[in-house]
Design a protein around this ligand. Structure first.
Ligand code: SF4
Ligand code: F3S
Length: 86
């Protein structure tokens, strides 16, 4: 799965949402919406690893989980947590 990491925080360019073919990039459920969410998150159960979000993101915040640098590994659980508790 792809994961949105630290560089998205405060940037939230949103290009990734436009290009995702399965529409699996969202503000966190429970946060009121795009404007209030500190970053966006990828639903790991929906992501089809198409790489479109990574290509679209201007700050390279969307990465395949295997390419996450150690300091951003926490993003893996952070992204997943919002969707697996449903
Ligand atoms: Fe969506 Fe593709 Fe990015 Fe997965 S890799 S979140 S399917 S754009
Ligand atoms: Fe964030 Fe990049 Fe998408 S900054 S909202 S991951 S295009």
């Amino acid at each position: 799965t792809y994961v949105i990491a630290q560089p998205c925080v405060g940037v939230k360019d949103g290009s990734c949402v436009q290009v995702c073919p399965v529409d699996c990039i969202h503000p966190a459920p429970g946060e009121p919406g795009f404007d209030e969410s500190p970053q966006l998150y990828i639903d790991p159960l929906e992501c089809i690893d198409c790489h479109s979000c990574a290509q679209a993101c201007p700050v390279d915040a969307a990465l395949p989980e295997e390419d996450l640098p150690p300091e951003w590994m926490s993003s893996l659980e952070v992204n997943a947590a919002f969707f697996t508790e449903k």
